[in-house]
Design a protein around this ligand. Structure first.
Ligand code: PGA
Length: 262
């Protein structure tokens, strides 16, 4: 397995969800991140700002090594889809990432695996990196494997196999989102191993070795080190505990140190 670990670049992202919705705070936040993370090249970094502040984020980060993108895109490039956000707009502002299938979108907007599949395809066709969110609810906790397998295979059905290795899987157990603590290290490590096994079973060893699987759900500077200490965890997807740019930077440092020391 060592060879695969060497091949995968760690990744740390943050979604600001709908917490920071005005231009002033977002400019302040992204400016600080840019200064703090200057020169970091061993780990891929990305930010998903609140959708209404994407343009300001782009203006701040376009000349930095921090990537940015949208928390959602419509499943079509354009057309009669009132209220949706088009990948054409994302491309125009220079975004290179898109978050797809977050638990909150599945829950509040009834996003289905079929819609998620169309969004992933659209992203890959347009060279935008999809951060494909998967994760079991508390009710499925006793047998998450079959649930994860269904999310993965339905979400990726018909996707160009030459592009599958670009996907970043964000494993986010729904019951660990918005909590005081993340899932336990053992639980996370076991789930990541299962996800890699599922990818291998359906898409082959080569793709399983290459795809990055990051963990999200109450990640903090206190738990990030333990979370990424397993070879199947390639980084973290941060939420609330990264709202302080210094905390986000501490998480980035921890992940970079642990993943590049191997
Ligand atoms: P949280 O959000 O860290 O605030 O729990 C994580 C997520 O939903 O990606």
């Amino acid at each position: 397995m060592k060879r695969s670990v060497d091949m995968r670049k760690p990744a740390v992202g943050i979604s600001l969800k709908m917490y920071m919705n005005q231009v002033g705070p977002v400019i302040d936040y992204t400016k600080k991140l840019k200064a703090l993370c200057k020169g970091i090249s061993s780990t891929d970094l990305f930010v998903f700002p609140s959708m209404g502040t994407l343009r300001e984020t782009a203006l701040q980060l376009h000349d930095s090594s921090i990537g940015f993108g949208a928390q959602n895109i419509a499943f079509l490039e354009n057309g009669a889809l009132t209220g949706e956000y088009s990948i054409e707009s994302l491309i125009e502002v220079g975004g290179t990432y898109v978050e797809i299938g977050h638990a909150e979108r599945r829950k509040y907007f009834n996003e289905s695996n079929e819609q998620i599949r169309e969004k992933i395809k659209l992203a890959l066709e347009n060279n935008i990196l999809p951060v494909f969110c998967i994760g079991e609810t508390a009710a499925e906790k006793s047998n998450p494997r079959s649930f994860l397998e269904q999310q993965i295979t339905e979400g990726l059905k018909g996707t160009d196999s030459n592009k599958l290795d670009r996907i970043i899987f964000a494993y986010e157990p729904v019951w660990a989102i918005g909590q005081a603590e993340a899932a336990s290290y053992e639980y996370i490590h076991h789930s990541h191993q299962q996800i890699r096994e599922i990818v291998k079973a359906h898409y082959g060893q080569k793709i399983a070795d290459k795809v990055r699987i990051i963990y999200g759900g109450s990640v903090s500077k206190e738990n990030a080190g333990g979370i990424v200490s397993d070879e199947n965890v390639d980084g973290v997807f941060v939420g609330r505990f990264g709202h302080d740019p210094e905390n986000f930077k501490s998480i980035v440092d921890l992940v970079s140190r642990i993943k590049t020391a191997k």
